[in-house]
Design a protein around this ligand. Sequence first.
Ligand code: PLP
Length: 386
Amino acid sequence: MTKTRTYLDYNASAPLLAEARAAVVDALSAANPSSVHSEGRAARQIVDRARRSVAALVGGAAEHATFTSGATEAAATLLSPDWRMGRSALRFSKLYVCEADHACTLSGGRFAAADVEHFGVDEKGVADLAGLESLLSAHDREKGLPLVAVHAANNETGVVQPVADIAQVVKDAGGVLIVDAVQVAGRYSVDITDNCGDFLILSAHKIGGPKGVGAFVGRSDLMMPVPLIPGGGQEKGHRAGTENLSGIAGFGAAAEVAAEGIGAMGNVQALRDQAETALLAQFPGAIIHGKRTARLANTSLFTIPGLKAETALIAFDLAGIAVSSGSACSSGRVGPSHVLKAMGFEAEEGAVRLSIGAETTATDIGRFEAALADLAARRSGRPQAA
Ligand code: PLP
């Protein structure tokens, strides 16, 4: 069968891996993992294996991983003023969150809006460490501890944040750091024991697993947030409700595949760079956001002056190519990007994001190049390629 579509939108959702699909299907008919009979114990083994694989992907211990319905629920659970340390209550009086974060942490979770403060990013998209330091030095510890949230890599620009430096600043201030590792886990080596945050947030569908399942992994479970979903004792009481067994199984399988290919981004980077070279050849005035700092090797967010992102998206889609306009998290909405705004870039054209993965081929990028050439020709009135 001829491939008719080219999918270049991995940061929105990576295609489901065959291994993950098989694990999902196998687990669909499993029993309730909380049941004590043999069938229940077999189901429990599926969850246990997935927990080990997901935790291992970020250097964590299985007993410190909690499954959720996705990264958004993990964020809503962790971003809480109310935590427990053993039997004692622990209070976080303020949340400090990066302005370029994904909406799941930017929304502030369970904190009242008045208790959320933001630290910015510079024009390259890198978190303002001095700004965070100054916010934390003004934090009133009498009222409670500071909680900080930041993304490890930006889903729109791909800009990678100095998480170890941020972790040090938060540690010095006696706070707790939540890192949204959704766009780095499975692509780069992440080790939670290596000063990269106290809790990491993960999502299955960004690494080739199914949608609607995620996790948070802690450095330990000494301090835990009051559950967002109380009820039965599942997930050691941290997230009630019968486990999404097939989703969790698929997540575990995807984590195992990802672990094998970790750090092997060479080909992905070469293809992304090829796409950017073609972009600049066709549109020399194009602006590639975040290009002047460390970026995910698979991501390119660009603005073509004078060409609305929405128009470009439609043109690419008609040419059989799926790209997006930055964040795709609010169903089909093409609006101004809060990430670009935080970087001080405001252009009414918006921006187009190409994001690729291990399955992307030179042929895919060739199709993108041809679509770019057609777009440029149409805009200049030149005849288009047949
Ligand atoms: N964090 C980042 C950086 C993301 O890119 C996304 C999804 O786009 C999320 C969080 C939300 O993940 P989920 O769909 O699992 O809730």
